[in-house]
Design a protein around this ligand. Structure first.
Ligand code: ADP
Length: 281
């Protein structure tokens, strides 16, 4: 392993894929040239981390960037459903000895290349009952052995919390930056703060926090109702010590499109979330 203090910015590391790692000892994909790797993380499940990942991927693809999504939430994968590709399967190839396995990701309508455990297993609702080291091994394989090709952005939908996978991604993957997702609740902020402190300890740069489900616009009068905390989002961001990237409302049209597997189509036809891509550039 190398010992390069600028690994997180990647600028000094070779980006060519290799199983051994780049010049800074970070793990690189074997079948791809990836310019930026962004991790999207939250402390707690259900706050909208996968939704924000899907929105950002779609917005970047709408602007013509080449985008990939690695669903690193191995025990709770949701990216295939977001993109409505849950009935498709990634191609798994190996050489005649059954070695050198590669995965061909599934492409969405906009050409976003997605890999997820749910695109590799036969049955979508079959649980993954594996210990941490096995889950880590599978994640590394999905990251390294997928045929990403050339990508401007690889977005990693992380599992919630500060567990094994988060540690692997923050320590071993050449992250350009991370985005934290939270909801306006003191209890959630407290748990999300643990992730923020983890990023500090591991010297991973963080772009800021997206506060999700901040409010809902009344269907009749359009007035904003803050369902959770009445505190402004800026106050939560200040507690986390991060810039506030966005306050996203509960969006009933998005929910409906998600349920129908049509979130990408919905996002293609709205510019509500376009501003979000400024946060990753
Ligand atoms: P996480 O990845 O943090 O576990 P998800 O992105 O899966 O959370 O979101 C949890 C649920 O909340 C999903 O059913 C999703 O559709 C819904 N959801 C997330 N963000 C919003 C939003 N802004 N408006 C409406 N529903 C949302």
């Amino acid at each position: 392993m190398g010992n390069c203090s600028t690994c997180a910015s990647k600028s000094s590391c070779s980006k060519k894929g290799s199983a051994e790692g780049d010049s800074c000892g970070k793990m690189m994909p074997k079948y791809g040239e990836i310019k930026n790797i962004i991790g999207i993380i939250s402390g707690k499940g259900g706050v909208g981390k996968s939704t924000v990942t899907g929105i950002m991927a779609t917005e970047l693809a709408k602007k013509g960037f080449k985008v990939g999504v690695l669903d690193a939430d191995i025990t709770g994968p949701s990216m295939p459903r977001f993109f409505g590709i849950n009935n498709e399967r990634a191609k798994i190839l190996s050489d005649e000895n059954g070695e050198n396995i590669t995965f061909t990701p599934v492409s969405t309508k906009l050409g976003i290349k997605v890999i997820s455990i749910n695109l590799l297993t036969e049955i979508e609702d079959q649980p993954v009952i594996w210990r941490g080291p096995v889950i880590n091994g599978v994640l590394n394989q999905m990251y390294q052995d997928t045929k990403w090709g050339e990508l401007d952005y690889l977005l990693i939908d992380m599992p919630p919390g500060t567990g094994d996978i988060a540690l692997t991604v923050m320590q071993s993957f050449p992250l350009t930056s991370m985005i934290i997702v939270s909801t306006p609740q003191d209890m959630v902020s407290m748990i999300v703060k643990k992730v923020v402190i983890m990023t500090e300890k591991l010297e991973v740069p963080v772009k800021g926090v997206v506060e999700n489900m901040s409010y809902i616009d009344c269907l009749n009068c359009g007035e904003k109702t803050r369902i959770f905390s009445k505190k402004p989002a800026a106050e939560h961001a200040q507690y986390l010590g991060l810039p506030l990237i966005a306050e996203l409302p509960i969006n009933l049209d998005l929910v409906e499109s998600l349920e129908e597997g049509l979130a990408e189509d919905y996002l293609i036809n709205t510019d509500k979330y376009t501003f979000l891509i400024d946060s990753v550039k």
